[in-house]
Design a protein around this ligand. Structure first.
Ligand SMILES: Nc1ncnc2c1ncn2[C@@H]1O[C@H](COP(=O)(O)OP(=O)(O)OP(=O)(O)O)[C@@H](O)[C@H]1O
Ligand SMILES: [Mg+2]
Length: 369
């Protein structure tokens, strides 16, 4: 069963695309990527998802329909990946499908992902594991982040402190203490790309700041940065996790209104980029001053953000996770393949020290082929 093939599927808080991978796990500490695909959400679905992330009229009706439509899109993505590589559903041990988060409110004990897994099972004719977060929430945890257990299994190295930084819509870190086999910390540090993306979409009708070029042309506004850093999320102690409910376009507009003066567009982007870097670096420095910083997620392409991180964390050696044999784009999807495998084996998928749950729990519901 060691060489069984798993699929992992993920769409994160950026809501840019569904990423899917086919992988095997040759042993408990390695992953082999067989194939991958990334399919951007069709514009109408993406727009509906954005709208559903904010409170509004007829939510239940819209959610039920989007659950169906997103399920179909996840299913079509999985099917396309299998077709491209001539693999039958019967050859897959399980698909782990994270779904699309439309609400994440761990403070009141819930987190909601949609994208009906029944539809994936129906189309691909293999077992599907989904609904990964709610068991952890039921056990008193945040339901997030769930990737640190996977990071720890793959990247822990005795003798070296390592920090994995995922730069998705939100940013999350996993601190892997080199002194100990089992000391893992991890949480969402705050915004990753979400505020930069929101501003680019509103002002430039572009999905993101390509390579961080727009930001590179501006200067950090110290006062705007200070106002943003006063956000209460940054002062919260771990365990903590956050979503689009907390960091969104309105926050930028409120900040600019409080600032009470005009700023150049590039200065705003430069400041939002620095906000991500400062909030991440502050968290990392609480764990240590030196080590290896391993980057993954779409934010690895933002060179301005990377330069800020390097400047703020001089004691760290920065590298993309590709330098460790894992493509930065597929880390999250791989993690959900790994979590599906844990579900089949009846193993815990969460780390109580990370999520705050009362104990390790086997995560996810299993949908029959
Ligand atoms: N060439 C690029 N230049 C700058 N930023 C980029 C580039 N390509 C991707 N990105 C950023 O990466 C984001 C997508 O990253 P990713 O898919 O890892 O995030 P996600 O879907 O939110 O995942 P999660 O929240 O689960 O970590 C885009 O929204 C964008 O901000
Ligand atoms: Mg994505």
């Amino acid at each position: 069963m060691g060489e069984a093939i798993y699929m992992g599927m993920m769409s994160g808080t950026s809501m840019d695309a569904v990423d899917a991978v086919l992988v095997t796990f040759p042993d408990d500490h390695s992953v082999q990527l067989l194939a991958s695909i990334s399919r951007p959400w069709p514009e109408d679905l993406r727009q509906s998802l954005f709208e559903l992330c904010r409170p509004g009229a007829q939510e239940l009706y819209r959610m039920a329909r989007l659950d169906r439509d997103c399920g179909d899109f996840f299913a079509a993505t999985a099917q396309e990946l299998l077709r491209q590589h001539g693999i039958a559903g019967a050859d897959i041990a399980a698909i782990g499908s994270h779904g699309q988060t439309i609400r994440h409110e761990p403070g009141v004990g819930h987190s909601l992902q949609i994208g009906d897994p029944n539809r994936i099972a129906e189309v691909c004719a293999c077992p599907v594991v989904a609904d990964f977060r709610r068991r952890d929430l039921a056990a008193g945890g945040q339901g997030a982040p769930l990737v640190p257990a996977f990071h720890a299994a793959l990247l822990h190295q005795t003798g070296t402190d390592r920090c994995v930084l995922n730069l998705g819509g939100m940013a999350n870190i996993t601190w892997l203490d080199g002194r100990s086999e089992c000391a893992v910390s991890g949480y969402d540090t705050g915004p990753g790309n979400v505020l930069i993306d929101a501003w680019m979409q509103q002002q430039h009708h572009r999905p993101y700041d390509p390579q961080g070029r727009y930001a590179a042309a501006g200067d950090v506004d110290a006062e705007m940065l200070q106002i943003l850093l006063e956000h209460p999320y940054f002062a919260l102690a771990a365990p903590k996790s956050v979503g689009r409910e907390t960091f969104h376009l309105d926050l930028i507009e409120q900040t600019l209104a409080r600032l009470g003066r005009q700023l150049a567009d590039s200065d705003i982007l430069r400041t939002l980029t620095r906000l991500t870097a400062v909030s991440v670096a502050d968290c990392i420095r609480r764990h240590g001053e030196r080590g290896e910083l391993i980057l993954c997620g779409g934010g690895v392409h933002n060179l301005t953000l990377q330069a800020d991180l390097a400047a703020l964390l001089p004691g760290f050696k920065l590298n993309g996770s590709d330098a460790y044999g894992i493509d930065p784009q597929w880390m999250e999807a791989m993690a959900f393949a790994w979590l599906a495998r844990a579900r089949l084996y009846g193993l815990p998928g969460n780390l109580p020290a990370v999520t705050g749950a009362r104990g390790g729990r086997c995560l996810g519901a299993l949908y029959a082929p």
